[in-house]
Design a protein around this ligand. Sequence first.
Ligand code: AQP
Length: 332
Amino acid sequence: MSRIFSGVQPSGNLHLGNYLGAIRNFVGLQDDYECIYCAVDMHAITVWQEPEQLRKNIREVASAYLAAGVDPKKSIIFAQSSVHAHAELAWIFNCVARIGWLNRMTQFKEKAGKNRENASLGLYAYPSLMAADILTYKATHVPVGEDQKQHLELTRDIAQKFNNDYETDLFPLVEPIIMGEATRVMSLRDGSKKMSKSDPSDYSRIVLTDGKDDIARKLKKARTDADPLPEKVEGLEERPEAANLVGIYAALAGMTKAEVLQEYSGAQFSTFKPALTDLAVEKFGPVGEEMKRLMADPGYVDSVLKDGAVRAAEIANPIVREVKETVGFLLP
Ligand code: AQP
């Protein structure tokens, strides 16, 4: 059976993009793959996290997986820092990846912004740790949103270089799984920016625990243009905000954008936004409610994470041992 690995950073504000681009897709994959889903806390600390808040956010990510329908008996749910293989393999990959490769990573440029000299070394090396996350399980498929495509290509480059340098076929070449109509959900305030946890504006995103009133208020305020919805998908081309809302509707309703436009062509946003609000509350509301219930029961969530860490380590440790042997380390 092929193996899936994916992770979400526990950096707070889990949003509709994280849900539609990644978490929701984790659920259906459980039937066909062995799935390993992680709260990538070591990635989160590449930018400052308050320790007490980080602990809560790790449980929040685990709760989101569970609330979305990931079954902890079938799949493995755990926190990255609790399995030391990730850090060990990341160091070895730091010595395989080339600085030139990392210099091309657009996410580092976006996140470091103008003050690059002050960004953490961890933020720069982030893709190398991500390669280790995946390859420490020899995962073959990674369900992610579109923004992670470049990092996955780097994972393939690292795997290939390692295999070539050490004349082995130890690592598989991973394939991204980018699913659905909302692989890149954009900010509700600016259709040219992706919806993001770190956007300073709360109105830019719908978070998983938002209630009906919050969702309605944010969608009402969402930026749009003055035209009615077009008949065809091509009519959305120069209209990023309209395209975003139609894409969100399509993903939530399990329709294509074309089908949504068939139903709403000619409609004004004053009609479409309330329809989208109702749909979001219907599809999304129960997940948020279940998340809140789980977050109020940290004992249960911690037991899921603990069990997951043991099962994850059972897979990862022998693989890291194999890597160390290949590299030429003495094994105690
Ligand atoms: N806007 C998005 N649309 C679709 N998918 C998205 N993902 C993130 N944003 C969108 C997907 O969610 C998964 C987890 O992402 P992450 O926690 O690793 O962080 P990120 O990609 O850096 O996303 P954020 O939410 O924007 O966080 P910040 O603000 O901290 O950078 C990934 O599969 C990602 O593709």
